[in-house]
Design a protein around this ligand. Structure first.
Ligand SMILES: [Zn+2]
Length: 263
């Protein structure tokens, strides 16, 4: 196996797990208006400050059996799964883009921001502006990850994806007489459109909407929940994030396949 490939993959996986641990802090603290740095990591049940050995991503959770070392209250397993998922996402980025480390990093950070947005939206039906700014900054940095010719594709991506969701946003006022989709989703998709360019973001939008429709239909069938479509708000960022991740990993294959259908 290629030495560079293995080194990059291992580094990205380890770094991804550590970043995942940081994302857990962001998801818990930022929507509560708390500082990310202060106070230092502590048990949310007993308030005991965590030592470095209680704070090793993945391992501490396993060795402590998912419980606080001091008060023995169980931690949410989500901390563990977010660390693992983020590590796997970064590993997949390394697998696909290891020959271009800047692009690889841009996509890895994008996926982490999208994951954080999803969790915040799922928990609070709200995406903090600091995360929107983070995604916009990554989108701007992505200009240097592609050839200059891609700027036009990026602008079309911004206008297309942003405009598409802005139209939905506006339409919901006409049809339902209220906000049917958060403006946060419009901002998210405008950034993602610029980041991915119009081809990739088209794949992201379709993948996101298809899964959203399937999931909502499935939940309706399972829960017999008649309120699903009349609920005042519904977290949509997880679907958009899924669409973005699908595009980052599979859009090139989807586009190749689509082209062979016509040419
Ligand atoms: Zn405790």
């Amino acid at each position: 196996m290629d030495f560079v490939f293995v080194t990059v993959s291992v580094m990205f996986a380890l770094l991804g797990v550590c970043v995942g641990s940081f994302l857990n802090v962001v998801v818990y603290r930022v929507p509560r208006g708390m500082s990310i740095a202060n106070p230092p990591s502590h048990c949310t049940s007993c308030g005991h400050k965590l030592a470095w050995r209680d704070n090793i991503p993945l391992f501490s959770y396993i060795f402590l059996g998912g419980k606080c070392r001091y008060c023995h209250r169980p931690y949410s397993s989500r901390y563990f799964w977010v660390e693992l998922l983020n590590g796997l996402l970064w590993l997949c980025c390394a697998f696909m883009y290891y020959d271009d480390l800047f692009l690889c990093s841009v996509f890895a950070v994008t996926l982490s921001v999208l994951l954080t947005m999803s969790l915040c939206d799922y928990d609070n039906l709200f995406i903090p502006d600091s995360l929107q700014i983070a995604l916009a900054v990554v989108a701007i940095l992505s200009v240097w990850a592609f050839d200059e010719a891609d700027i036009l594709s990026k602008l079309w991506g911004l206008l297309g994806a942003g405009g598409f969701f802005l139209a939905f946003y506006g339409l919901s006022f006409v049809v339902f007489g209220r906000e049917g989709m958060g403006f946060a989703d419009v901002k998210l998709m405008a950034s993602l459109g610029f980041l991915l360019g119009w081809k990739y973001v088209s794949v992201a939008v379709i993948a996101g909407i298809v899964v959203a429709l399937f999931d909502i239909a499935l939940q309706n069938t399972l829960n017999k929940n008649k309120d699903m479509f009349t609920k005042p708000e519904y977290p949509f960022a997880p679907y958009l994030a899924w669409g973005g991740a699908f595009a980052i990993f599979f859009a090139s294959y989807v586009i190749d396949w689509y082209v062979t259908l016509f040419f």
